[in-house]
Each structure stands twice: as C-alpha cells, then as structure tokens.
Design a protein around this ligand. Structure first.
Ligand code: DX5
Ligand code: ZN
Length: 214
C-alpha cells in the first residue's frame, strides 16, 4: 500500500503540535530542513526536530536540503529522526557514503535524494546501502510548486533497479503531489508520497490522506 508523508513545510509553525496531530493517521511525518545555501530558503533545524520528537510517535522522515550534510546527520539522528535522506548533489561520493554509514550506525534508516536535474544513475553507487531513494518532482526549496511529470522515467528506472536487485528500499517522491498526481507517481513505482499543500490546504485532512493513498 502507498505510504503518505505529509510535509510540515505547509503547516503553521506557530501551531506545529496541532498541525502534527492533524496528520496523525499518515505513515511518516516529512520534515524539510533547508540551510539557505543548498537551496534558496531556510526552514528549520535540529532544535525543532527535537521538539517535534517530544510530541509525536510518528516516524520522522527528515529531508536534509543542506550543504555537506555529513556535518549534521548524526545530530539529526540524535534529535529524533527515524529516516534521514541526503542529496547526492550536496557532498562528495565518499561523504555521502559516510552519511549513510553514520545514520545506520545510530540505528536509523538512510537514503539519498535526487534533484530534478540529477540523473537516476547518480543514485546507483548508494543504492545497495539505501533504505529509501527520494526522487524530487519539483526543484527543492519551496512548497506549492507544480508536479514535474517528466521525472516519471527516473522513478521507473530507480524502481526497476530496486526490483532487479531485490533491495529492501522505499521509493519516495516529493513535490506537487495531490489527488491528480499521486496516481501518476504510484504508477511509475513510487511507494511513499510526500504531500505538503495538498494535505494542509485540504478542508478534511484525514480524508485527503486517505484519498492520496488511493
Ligand atoms: C520542497 C520540499 C517538499 C515540499 C513539498 O523543497 O522538499 O517536501 O514541502 O510541498 P508540496 O507538496 O506543496 O509540493
Ligand atoms: Zn521534502
């Protein structure tokens, strides 16, 4: 079954606990961390992850949009992340491998993320060590952008590699997911859908989560 990961980037940060409870029936809570350097926006950091951890039992899917994440992955794990994903564009191959190793050494799940312009091949050196691959379907940095359907060949390619190799690896998409685009991403092979605006702008949030699950 499809898993839904609401992105708190679309929540009201002054009412974060309330907005986390509103998505309690989802599978993961997607936490977008931005440093104003890797992406042109700044969101939240380690103390906020710590505070979120204290108020929810949901699995925290922490998407690090930060430069040289190897510097911070341990801190995010210790703050309470359950899954930590890092961008392959953000560091050297060696350091990205080190990120996966550090996250695993702390008993958490690890993955890599591909920006729209990054080919599927860039995930290959990491695939066997990933619990998740995240294919961006918008340019990272902001919520509320339009779904890039032209990323579906990339999703299909990564899905094919996961199946061929028999890997226990989730395939997540992030950006522009809503009732119209969720089935397209699922048909291409994604099994985890991140949704920010589509969830938080809905009048009936639990209903929207069920709708996205299909
Ligand atoms: C974008 C973030 C996304 C964002 C998705 O950089 O990684 O997680 O919150 O927002 P929507 O679902 O509104 O496109
Ligand atoms: Zn994200």
């Amino acid at each position: 079954m499809l898993k839904i990961a609401p992105s708190i980037l679309a929540a009201d940060f002054a009412n974060l606990e309330r907005d986390i409870r509103r998505v309690a029936e989802a599978d993961y809570l997607h936490v977008d961390v931005m440093d104003g350097l890797f992406v042109p926006n700044i969101s939240l950091g380690i103390p906020v992850v710590q505070s979120i951890r204290a108020v929810t039992g949901m699995a925290l899917d922490v998407h690090l949009m930060i430069d040289r994440p190897v510097r911070y992955v341990e801190a995010f794990c210790r703050a309470g992340a359950d899954i930590v994903t890092v961008h392959v564009e953000a560091d050297s191959r060696e350091n990205t491998l080190r990120c996966l190793e550090l996250v695993h050494s702390l008993g958490k799940r690890a993955g890599v993320v591909l920006k729209p312009g990054t080919p599927a091949q860039e995930a290959l050196p990491f695939l066997a060590r990933c619990d998740m691959v995240l294919v961006m379907t918008v340019e990272p940095g902001f919520g509320g952008q339009s779904f890039m359907e032209d990323m579906m060949p990339k999703v299909r390619q990564v899905r094919a590699w996961i199946e061929e190799r028999g890997l226990d690896c989730e395939l997540e998409v992030d950006g522009g997911i809503g009732p119209d685009t969720a089935p397209i991403a699922a048909a291409a092979g994604a099994n985890v859908l991140v949704a920010g605006s589509a969830v938080y702008r809905a009048a009936d949030i639990p209903g929207r989560i069920r709708e996205l699950r299909g």
